[in-house]
Write a protein that binds this ligand. Structure first.
Ligand code: 8YV
Length: 309
């Protein structure tokens, strides 16, 4: 009998094909009646591929052994409940570092040079009769990185290639890193021209970029978020962007995505992006392969490749 697994959302075709080769796959996102599907399959499901698994869902799957999360961030999985139920959890670290770091630098340049607006300007036929004005550049500026983890370090080296000075804030100083460490986020924001948010989501970081941090970054400061919307006080950020208390924002993630507060749409000092840090062919394929490899390892009784629980 093939092993039965539950898939929680759409995955890449390559990943779905690999899962279908190995398992009987039940697709939660494709059913109109999730309750009925869960009730029908609950006695047999041994694995979940995807994400967004709360304690209630885990509780309804008595044979669940492993959740293979598609993504490095696993803030939508109740890891305490998983631990208590003896359910393993894996994520997809490292393989997306470059893609997310590339988008970060792209967003920074897009915001600094108003690239989306420039494109609109040319398309609207305004160029022959007007100029767009002068903008700022990254060269020589200080970027404060909130979360110098695997992705943060890739962002740091790319920022250095842009001739920026890199400083960072995190839970602890990393002595092997050459950059200046701040143990106070407000202080770092005050001393930075750019604040890049790339720390994990979840309870520990909820609202960590408070109004006070944003005010410290100030009217000439820019914020970039490629982590989770929950890290920033979004209402305060919007208010400061509107009033000029904060220079600009380039945002790939939002508090209640895919819903984005419409007030952002009217702002010229904002670049918006639909949570696409890892959204390249090569990276999403590698993430999918890692989901499958973790499930293979688990059912072969081998050590998991990237376990978080
Ligand atoms: C998403 C991400 O997981 O890895 C993460 O934590 O935020 C992204 O890669 C991806 O968009 C799948 O939903």
């Amino acid at each position: 009998m093939p092993i039965e697994i539950l898939q929680t959302h759409k995955l890449l075709d390559t990943c779905e094909a690999a899962l279908a080769e190995r398992f009987t796959v039940h697709k939660l996102h494709e059913t109109d009646d999730k309750e009925a599907l869960i009730a029908r399959i609950s006695p047999n499901v041994r694995a979940i591929a995807g994400g967004a698994v709360n304690a209630e869902l885990m509780g309804r799957l008595p044979k669940l052994e492993i959740i293979a999360n598609f993504g490095v961030g696993y803030d939508t999985i109740d890891t305490a409940a998983a631990r208590a139920a003896n359910v393993r959890v894996t994520n997809t670290p490292s393989v997306l570092n470059d893609a997310v770091a590339e988008l970060t630098i792209g967003l920074m340049i897009a915001l600094a040079r108003r690239i989306p607006q420039a494109d609109q300007f040319v398309r609207a036929g305004k160029w022959p009769s007007a100029g767009m004005g002068l903008f700022s550049e990254l060269t020589g500026k200080t970027v404060g990185i909130l979360g110098l983890g695997r992705i943060g370090k890739e962002i740091a080296s790319r920022a250095q290639a842009m001739k920026m000075r890199v400083v960072y804030y995190g839970r602890k100083r990393q002595p092997a890193e050459p950059h200046i460490f701040y143990d106070n986020l407000v202080d770092m924001a005050r001393d930075s021209d750019w604040l890049v948010v790339i720390a994990p989501g979840g309870k520990g970081t909820n609202g960590i970029v408070s109004r006070e941090v944003l005010e410290a970054l100030g009217p000439n400061g820019n914020i970039v978020n490629v982590a989770r919307g929950t890290l920033i006080d979004e209402a305060a950020m919007l208010d400061l962007l509107q009033s000029g208390g904060l220079g600009g924002a380039a945002l790939d993630v939002f508090e209640k995505e895919p819903a984005v507060p419409e007030a952002f749409f009217a702002l010229d000092n904002v670049v918006l992006s639909p949570h696409q840090g890892s959204a390249t062919n090569q990276t999403r394929n590698a993430m999918g392969a890692l989901v499958v490899a973790n499930l293979d390892a688990h059912f072969a009784g081998e050590p998991l490749i990237s376990a978080v629980v």
